[in-house]
Design a protein around this ligand. Structure first.
Ligand code: C2O
Ligand code: CU
Length: 430
């Protein structure tokens, strides 16, 4: 039977425990020199929100809006967020997706904190060390809470970066079957003049991938999951497939003609009006083979301290001592999947093998991972650091990271109903 340890006995495993959450590994309490304190209060509450399409959504919100309030910081700032739960009966937390916060700030209920019940509050604190495009969302019954609106964006800019003339944060989300982009669900038209520098921050907050096209201009894929691409080359007429949970930053200079962004083949944003080409048949840009190589801390040839293999499938499995239909990892469903155990300083490789007929967007908390290879073929482009990667049916992905953030971390499929159906385990530091 498949084992969580494909590395010849180096990795210890023991059953998942359901003990007291790790609450002592807390984040910074002061900004870096020159940084500021960014205090936010975010209130989780039910609200009826009208989308511009005319649909009214009975939503679970942060601060009554869809998405929740946009959180911003400059690199080095201290972000302090007080989360209040007004009336979400299922409880709420905030997980900082892709942000490598200290474990006690990670927002995994029952693992890094107790769930915040209606009438309660919880304070998060972390230093904004990573610049880029991120998001936050509840991690309590997240397959329901995120879908209903408990999420928002987190954008951290570099301290002395020249800002783009147009910088749009565009979370894509499906509310009650209506696809919305940004804080609107119509076609926006910010007035971008020719020659303006533009950055589009695309975020996929749904549980399925979305396919984007940018018509009317050449562009660069400047960042993936909040991490800059090394020497991103200019491309045009290429589709971008964004995994659930993932982010792409696109940059370009506004041309004279019309520019439109399509999502799943439909125009969702225009930067200038006019007819643009159909984006439907464009080939996909593959981030594994895009940008220029640069030095990386490890490769396929590195001697890893741990090597885990996660075989993804679905079927009847033993879950909590009885057989149940589940989304499985190595033949078991959460909470019966053995934990991955690592020691601080370990170089860790994990291989994700998809034996099912569905795509699984894999997401490890607390660590960016470097993509080494897909289907045994080494990545050839810019070092590709991600927090979420789409493992399509039949694919095998090899990724690696250094165990440099102690604690207990969720490692799961970001198709959130799949996670709920068992495709979730924990990575624990010894
Ligand atoms: Cu964005 Cu555990 O998730
Ligand atoms: Cu999945």
């Amino acid at each position: 039977s498949p084992s969580a340890d494909a590395g010849g006995g180096a990795a210890a495993v023991h059953p998942a425990s359901h003990g007291t959450p790790v609450t002592d590994l807390r984040g910074a309490t002061a900004p870096a020199p020159g940084g500021a304190v960014r205090p936010y209060t975010v209130t989780a509450r039910r609200a009826s929100v009208a989308l511009t399409s005319g649909t009214t959504v009975d939503a679970w919100t942060f601060d009554g809006t869809l998405p929740g309030p946009p959180l911003t910081a400059v690199q080095g700032d201290l972000v302090q967020v007080t989360l209040r739960n007004e009336d979400i009966d299922d409880g709420v937390t905030i997980h900082w997706h892709g942000y490598d916060v200290a474990c006690g700030e990670d927002g995994a209920p029952g693992t890094t904190q107790d769930v915040v019940r209606a009438g309660e509050e919880f304070g998060y604190s972390f230093r904004a060390d990573q610049a880029g495009t991120f998001w936050y969302h509840t991690h309590q019954v997240s397959h329901v809470g995120v879908r209903r609106g408990l999420f928002g964006t987190l954008v951290v800019t570099q301290r002395d970066a020249e800002p783009e003339d147009v910088d749009l944060v565009l979370p894509v989300h499906t509310y009650d079957g209506v696809l919305a982009i940004g804080d609107d669900d119509g076609v926006l038209a910010p007035d971008a003049v020719a020659g303006a520098s533009v950055r589009l921050r695309l975020l996929n907050t749904d549980s399925e991938p979305h396919r984007f096209g940018l018509a009317g201009t050449a562009f660069r894929l400047a960042a993936v999951d909040g991490r800059d691409v090394n020497e991103p080359g200019e491309v045009s007429e290429r589709a971008l497939r964004l995994p659930a949970g993932g982010r792409y930053d696109l940059t370009f200079t506004m041309p004279d003609g019309p520019v439109a962004l399509t999502v799943d083949g439909e125009v969702r944003l225009r930067l200038r009006d006019g007819d643009t080409p159909e984006t439907g048949g464009w080939p996909e840009l593959d981030p594994l083979h895009y940008g220029a190589p640069a030095a990386v801390p490890f490769t396929l040839d590195t001697d890893y301290d741990r090597h885990f293999t996660l075989v993804l499938d679905r079927g009847v499995a033993m879950v909590d001592g009885r057989p149940a239909f589940a989304q499985t990892v190595n033949g078991r469903g959460h909470p019966s999947i053995p934990e991955q155990v690592v020691a601080e300083g370990d170089l860790v490789r994990f291989s994700v093998v998809n034996r099912s007929l569905e795509t699984h967007p894999w997401h490890l908390h607390g660590h960016g991972v470097l993509v080494l290879a897909r289907d045994g073929r080494a990545a050839t482009g810019s070092p590709l650091w991600v927090d979420t990667f789409d493992v399509r049916p039949g694919e095998v992905w090899d990724v690696a990271f250094e165990a440099d953030n102690p604690g207990v971390w969720m490692n799961h499929c970001h198709n959130l109903p799949h996670a709920e159906q068992g495709m979730m385990l924990r990575l624990r530091y010894d």
